[in-house]
Design a protein around this ligand. Structure first.
Ligand SMILES: Nc1nc2c(ncn2[C@@H]2O[C@H](COP(=O)(O)OP(=O)(O)OP(=O)(O)O)[C@@H](O)[C@H]2O)c(=O)[nH]1
Ligand SMILES: [Mg+2]
Length: 460
């Protein structure tokens, strides 16, 4: 059958330029919807043998004409018959020459032929609605596009392959069977859950709660891969903080001098450390200062330290402890002690400290430092090596709610709590089930969908 003759089945057909706007070898324009082939038939005229038919998944060369019959470009068209396509609908991909104007003209011709301009993310939204992918996979498409480092890319491709979705579906299946088990009791109002069964149920709830917790523990890792880890270089004046920033960056970004108080403002640069994006922040040295400008700088340092994923606490290892006059700040979270200026020898005060010994001027210790940063940013017990499940903030929010539901169910089922009311436990488990379902998109909450897909780029 010639696909161009296939009749429309009434779905709105969307069109968008799928490649970035700019000059290039080719641009790709994508059409999707039950009327996609009809729109194509009005605008695309295959070259070559007379009456050449377009067939599924075969590229065909032809001319694209506007509504007046004017030739716009010579293009290559590939059609994908639904449901075997990205969106699950009939899809046509038109490759034209990669000029800004010519691409725009092709788009206009397709719009004039009856297609509508797609909204951001609408192709992926349709793919989700047509069951081609779950929500975590659809989100992974965007992560994949915006990935800046190898590890971020790997995490996104694993999520796109459905690794996270599968874990969540298993969790959901478990919860569903638990709900069924508890609800069976509701049908017999006179019966309480007997202690033995109650104990078994409690164990199952606890097990599922652990799965939720372990997924939640990947949230930081996910944020770090998507947005970069905030690594703040912190310490007294003159210990070599700016030297360390320059050294890790590979060029002289910050001013280095032997005058204490050289850095006054915070300074941020992004580097790729073995696949992890790092937002490295150099700060003003912290000490007691009477200088008003320096005090402002120190205040900024404090704010940076507060929001850090990792603090690199730099000291001059050749000097006695405390000689630097560092005013310690209550440091929360992870930090690494770095003993700089190892080329000048080590003061005996530091002999018992575990810190990483480096010399910025002599290029010593960088590998050990990178190892330590890399390891300390990995999720606890997970590391960066294995499967890279890394949830995003939306997943985290849903999982937190599920976790609270499961905790409530646990308390209800706990014999110490005086026996469970099956109705309440069932309700709590159902709520947990809903929250897990929202992550993969098993619950239809339209606002959630709208919010997710509107952050996509057009044509995706
Ligand atoms: N010998 C030696 N000197 C170093 C080393 N690292 C830095 N220095 C010197 O220490 C001095 C201070 O370095 P900076 O990097 O400006 O120190 P800072 O911690 O940023 O100082 P402030 O910005 O004033 O807080 C400079 O003269 C550097 O050349 C090192 O590993 N060995
Ligand atoms: Mg400095």
């Amino acid at each position: 059958m010639n696909i161009l003759e296939k009749s429309s089945r009434g779905e709105e057909t969307i069109v968008a330029i799928a490649t970035p706007l700019g000059q290039g070898a080719i641009s790709l324009i994508r059409l999707s919807g039950m009327g996609a082939f009809e729109v194509l038939a009005k605008t695309f005229f295959p070259l070559g043998k007379k009456g050449r038919a377009l067939s599924d998944r075969t590229a065909v060369l032809g001319l694209l004409r506007d509504e007046k019959g004017q030739q716009v470009d010579e293009v290559l068209v590939t059609v994908f018959e639904g449901p075997r396509s990205y969106t699950g609908e009939d899809v046509a991909e038109i490759s034209c020459h990669g000029g800004i104007l010519v691409t725009q003209k092709v788009l206009e011709a397709l719009l004039a032929a009856g297609a509508r301009a797609a909204n951001p993310g609408e192709f992926s939204q349709r793919a989700f609605l047509n069951g081609k992918m779950d929500l975590t996979q659809a989100e992974a498409v965007m992560d994949l596009i915006s990935a800046q480092t190898d590890l971020a890319l790997r995490a996104a491709s694993e999520q796109l392959a459905g690794v996270l979705g599968e874990r969540l579906m298993e969790l959901r299946a478990e919860l569903l069977s638990l709900v069924a088990q508890v609800e069976a009791y509701i049908d017999f109002p006179d019966e309480d859950i007997d202690p033995e069964t109650g104990e078994l149920m409690l164990q199952r709830v606890v097990k599922n709660h652990q799965v939720v917790q372990s997924l939640l523990s990947t949230a930081d890792q996910g944020r770090i891969l998507r947005e970069g880890a905030r690594v703040v270089i912190y310490g007294a004046p003159n210990v070599g903080k700016s030297s360390l920033l320059n050294w890790l960056l590979g060029f002289d970004r910050a001013i280095v001098s032997d005058v204490a108080g050289t850095t006054r403002d915070t300074l941020e640069e992004v580097i790729n450390l073995r696949g992890i994006p790092l937002r490295l922040v150099d700060t003003a040295g912290v000490h007691r200062s009477q200088d008003a400008i320096e005090q402002q700088g120190i205040e900024r340092t404090r704010l940076q330290v507060k929001n850090a994923d990792l603090i690199l606490r730099v000291v001059d290892g050749s000097e006695a402890k405390g000689a630097e006059g560092l005013v310690e700040q209550q440091e929360e979270g992870r930090h690494l002690l770095i003993l700089n200026k190892s080329d000048l020898g080590q003061h005996s005060d530091w002999d018992d400290d575990d810190g990483i010994r480096i010399s910025c001027t002599e290029n010593q210790g960088i590998a050990a430092l990178e190892d330590a940063i890399f390891d300390s940013l990995a999720a606890e017990g997970e590391g960066w090596g294995g499967s890279l499940v890394a949830i995003n903030s939306r997943h985290k929010d849903c999982l937190k709610r599920a976790s609270a539901d499961l905790l409530a169910a646990e308390n209800g089922l706990n014999p110490a709590g005086g026996g469970a009311m099956p109705e309440i436990t069932a309700m709590e488990l159902r709520s947990a089930l809903d929250h897990v379902g929202q992550i993969v998109g098993q619950v239809d909450a339209e606002e959630v969908l709208g919010e997710i897909f509107s952050s996509f780029c057009i044509g995706k």
